[in-house]
Design a protein around this ligand. Sequence first.
Ligand code: ATP
Ligand code: MG
Length: 157
Amino acid sequence: LVNVDSILRSVIQTLHPLAAARHVNLRLEGMEEDSEVLGDQDQLTQVFTNLVENAIKYGPENGEVSICITAHSNEPTLRGPAVRIDIADQGEGIAAHHIPRLTERFYRVDSHRSREMGGTGLGLAIVKHILNRHRGRLRIESHAGNGSCFSVILPYN
Ligand code: ATP
Ligand code: MG
């Protein structure tokens, strides 16, 4: 049993230097006591590290990344109570035709930002793999020019 809340706090600490370098404000919202899920602490830490790192890298300098927990989310896709974590940035967004392919290994949107930022294109493939093992889901909502929101949905405890 792991506490999503405390995982997110530690991820924010770990990524603080990267956020500070880009003058990005990390905002954590919706903290609740009972955001516990059945899962592996290190693997879930990896999931949120990859997603928040992307939000910082692909969002604008001086921007804001919001991380919002909803503890008793009713998610039809999971058929039962769930914890949902939304990670939203103010970046250039992702065109619709790229979205289904983002979790493929080595897939990168060929924007100049992806190229200049470095990385291998494995982050989201790892996220998907770990979430599958937790019976979780990744939902991606984005509109080119309008920021992105990556939602992690995990079965509640
Ligand atoms: P790595 O995570 O291995 O360092 P990466 O960030 O390029 O490299 P992924 O995390 O798998 O790889 O992301 C794949 C691609 O999806 C990125 O290259 C980028 O084009 C796009 N992407 C991911 N997150 C965002 C985001 N928040 N906003 C815009 N584009 C994104
Ligand atoms: Mg990445």
